[in-house]
Design a protein around this ligand. Structure first.
Ligand SMILES: NC(=O)c1ccc[n+]([C@@H]2O[C@H](COP(=O)([O-])OP(=O)(O)OC[C@H]3O[C@@H](n4cnc5c(N)ncnc54)[C@H](O)[C@@H]3O)[C@@H](O)[C@H]2O)c1
Length: 248
């Protein structure tokens, strides 16, 4: 077991990639604080984790709220004794053209995807510094590199922000034994992508070197690698999990 005695906080852990990341870390002996704006789904995942035999706690947390994020980290510190791993996974998608995008559409996507990543990272720094060890993994996207094939510019811009934030924070926290990396998934089969237009998806898949959508487990395994000791000399890295969609 690679993560025995480790404590992880995963945001947006109630379904999709977040759920898969929680279960993958739990199978390696990690204790999990599963947080999601949908408290019920977080609770379900926490029950799945307990069945695996790991410790889990579920909390309803909106990552755009500083007070809720602070409470999340306080509870993790109090009930589990700290936080070793933070996975900033919570995110929302928006589709459409800039000319049809309202200011609210822009603000909401930025608030969840980018500000949420900032708030959770900021709240965990003290806890990780205290241990002299930490792992932060942010959920970027291939859209943050390409400008996005099906998604709105607000989504792509938020994920480009996540990529740069990852690199800046990696420099800042390296002296404290904390690594900060990101995973940049391409097209993964989740509730988020189930709403994507069918023609758009099949045209992307036709040009994709690996020719198929990714599974949640493909992304979860990449996160597991980045939080493990095997990745101890890796920081500021944006790890593509995209079937060859972007090669840089
Ligand atoms: N699925 C893909 O193809 C893909 C590709 C690239 C990046 N991503 C990113 O991966 C992450 C997970 O995506 P997914 O496909 O599992 O999506 P999903 O919609 O299935 O799950 C997202 C989860 O985040 C939660 N959430 C939404 N807003 C929140 C908030 N304000 N606070 C806390 N939780 C919130 C939702 O309740 C949900 O449980 C997102 O950041 C997404 O942008 C997904």
């Amino acid at each position: 077991m690679r993560l025995e005695d480790k404590i992880a906080v995963v945001t947006g852990g109630g379904r999709g990639l977040g759920r898969s990341i929680c279960l993958t870390l739990a199978r390696e002996g990690c204790s999990l604080v599963v947080s999601d704006i949908d408290a019920e789904s977080a609770g379900k995942v926490a029950r799945e984790i307990k069945k695996i035999g790991s410790e889990a706690l579920a909390l309803g947390v909106d990552v755009t709220s500083r007070s809720q994020v602070d409470t999340l980290m306080r509870v993790a510190a109090k009930d589990f004794g700290g936080v070793d791993i933070l996975v900033n996974n919570a995110g929302i998608c928006w589709m459409g053209k800039v000319e049809d995008m309202t200011e609210e559409d822009w603000d909401r996507v930025m608030a969840v995807n980018l500000k949420g990543t900032f708030l959770c990272s900021k709240a965990v720094i003290k806890l990780m510094k205290g241990k002299g060890w930490g792992r932060v993994v942010n959920m970027a996207s291939a859209a943050g590199k390409t400008g996005g094939l099906l998604v709105g510019a607000n989504y792509s811009a938020s994920k480009a922000g996540v990529i740069c934030f990852t690199k800046s924070l990696a420099r800042e926290l390296a002296p404290h034994g904390i690594t900060v990396n990101a995973v940049a998934p391409g097209l993964i089969d989740t509730d988020m992508t189930r709403f994507f237009p069918k023609e758009g998806v099949s045209s992307i898949l036709k040009s994709l070197p690996l020719g198929k959508m990714g599974l949640c487990e493909d992304v979860a395994r990449a996160v597991l690698f980045l939080v493990s000791e095997d990745a101890g000399y890796i920081t500021g890295e944006i790890l593509d999990v995209n079937g060859g969609m972007v090669m840089d």
